[in-house]
Design a protein around this ligand. Structure first.
Ligand code: UD1
Ligand code: MG
Length: 488
């Protein structure tokens, strides 16, 4: 009888090897294939995340093409990863040999091999593969899938009893073999010692003149070892990315997965087709995402908060019950029940207090806006601290830059600043102060004062009649002067 519910510790592989030395020519890109991004993570980053779920003792990535770039990326996203260099891409078997050399030639225990360009592969599928491998006591277990179109893939050849006998590459396959729709995903679990032995026997007498990892299956079977297969439930999970069409398809599938997870956890996604999220985005219950919204990085949407439509939020925390409408935000914290937009731009360092408001055509940067404070229209607030329950008049600018340095403006609590004000930093407006419309505030305003900083109005009577005689303006003015006065 097979043991049930194998603990992860029992199937913990000695090593996971990720093959990522290939060039990926079909991407037609200056960026190495495995560094292309879907949902906020590189292709190889997704594979490593799945591999990490197995808690392998060693995680080795085989690098070759653009190895400096790929190596630097790996060091950044997962410093525990070891790299093995495959200077020339002589095939998947050769690549695995390079990885084993990095590990001292061979390893005791299970070696799982995956490709660096299969971002949809889940840790769950890898665990199931390792579990089958362990339970059945196989020398090698291959992850297979039935696909609608097997063109290009290695075919799984089984005998009359259903046992896997070999993998035949598309280019080397007969017509009968090409009719097989069960394919090699490129993911395997091996006995480490037997793998090392078999790799020594792999030859290059095939159509590509390469060392095929897939030949190890036939070699081990001929030597009398157990060869098994684990069939993936969803063939889309094992899809390798070779071009940008497949990149877009994979992004769509992963995005759908993430949105489905969010919806099942109590988040309303009004239009999954136009909502895009990164793997790092988090939600609380009853958050609502309106159509056309893109949430990236460490963005978090709080309980009952509503974002969108048509909004782009990066590394932004939206508090419970807040509203973000048709806006763009990067590195901001939106307080509970705050209101943003429509058409606001929150830049890094923006902190919006509880029930505060940043309204239409307002840009903020490195600005702390207190509880209940409103910046409703057409303003720029940069390098500023504004207290609580203050109202900033329409079309105000926090003039923070003198052409060389940035300076800070402080506005107190319960202030009422007039429309079209310029706050020329560094400057401070005290608590409870008022400023007149059209003022250029260059000096500190004491608490409770009214600051007026604008030219006095002068009316030059009869100017139009003298300077623009006969014009429509002059005629209108003349007609107005003839009209009797109104009631008062
Ligand atoms: C390989 C399999 C095929 C399988 C398919 C699944 C072999 C011989 N064939 O074919 O059975 O159906 O994957 O997608 O294994 N790589 C290296 N070094 C090399 C060659 C490849 O690191 O010298 C890496 C590539 O970067 C890639 C992976 O190995 O991540 C697979 O290589 P690729 O050339 O795409 O193999 P396929 O022809 O697709
Ligand atoms: Mg491939």
């Amino acid at each position: 009888m097979k043991p049930k519910g194998i603990p992860v510790s029992a199937i913990r592989p000695a090593a996971v090897v990720v093959l990522a030395a290939g060039e990926g020519t079909r991407m037609k890109s200056a960026t190495p294939k495995v560094l292309h991004d879907i949902c906020g993570r590189s292709l190889v980053g997704h594979v490593l995340a799945a591999a990490r779920e197995l808690k392998p003792e060693n995680l080795v990535v085989v690098v070759g093409h653009a190895r400096e770039k790929v190596g630097a990326h790996l060091a950044e996203i997962d410093p525990g990863v070891r790299t093995a260099v495959q200077a020339e891409q002589n095939g998947t078997g050769h690549a695995v040999r390079m990885a084993l050399e990095e590990l001292g030639g061979s390893v005791d225990g299970t070696v799982v091999v995956v490709c660096g360009d299969t971002p949809l592969l889940t840790g769950e599928t890898l665990r199931r593969l390792a579990g089958t491998h362990h339970e059945d006591g196989n020398a090698v277990t291959v992850l297979t899938a039935e696909v609608p179109d097997a063109t290009g893939y290695g075919r799984i050849v089984r005998d009359g009893t259903g046992a896997v006998t070999a993998i035949v590459e598309h280019k080397d396959a007969s017509d009968a073999q090409r009719a097989i729709r069960e394919i090699n995903s490129g993911v395997f679990a091996f006995d480490g010692q037997l793998l090392a032995e078999a790799l020594k026997k792999v030859r290059t007498d095939n159509s590509q003149g390469e060392e095929y990892l897939t030949d190890v299956l036939g070699i081990l079977r001929s030597a009398g070892h157990r060869v098994g297969a684990s069939v993936a439930g969803d063939h889309r999970e094992i899809a390798g990315i070779n071009n940008r069409v497949q990149l877009a398809e994979a992004r769509r599938i992963l995005n759908d997965r993430l949105l489905t997870e969010a919806m099942l956890a109590g988040v309303t996604i009004v239009d999954p087709a136009t909502t895009w999220v990164d793997v790092t985005v988090t939600f609380e219950q009853d958050a609502v995402v309106q159509p056309g919204t893109q949430l990236t990085g460490a963005t978090h949407i709080g309980e009952g908060a509503e974002v969108g439509p048509n909004s782009r939020l990066k590394d932004t925390r939206v508090g419970a019950g807040a509203r973000v409408d048709n806006s763009v935000s990067d590195g901001a914290v939106v307080g509970p029940q705050a209101s943003v937009g429509p058409y606001a731009y929150l830049r890094p360092g923006t902190r919006l207090g509880v029930k505060s408001k940043v309204g239409t055509y307002v840009e903020t940067k490195n600005a702390s806006i207190g509880e209940g404070t409103k910046v409703p229209h057409l303003s720029y607030v940069g390098d500023a601290t504004i207290g609580e329950y203050t109202n900033i008049g329409a079309a105000s600018v926090f003039v923070n830059y003198d052409g060389q340095d940035k300076h800070h403006t402080t506005v107190g609590s319960h202030c009422r600043t007039g429309s079209d004000n310029m706050f020329v930093a560094p400057v401070t407006v005290g608590d409870g102060a008022y400023t007149a419309a059209g003022s250029v505030i260059t000096k500190d305003v004491p608490p409770g004062s009214l600051a007026v900083a604008r030219g006095q109005q002068r009316n030059i009577e009869g100017w139009v009649a003298r300077k623009r005689p006969g014009s429509a303006a002059a005629k209108a003015a003349e007609a107005a002067s003839r009209e009797p006065d109104g009631e008062d």
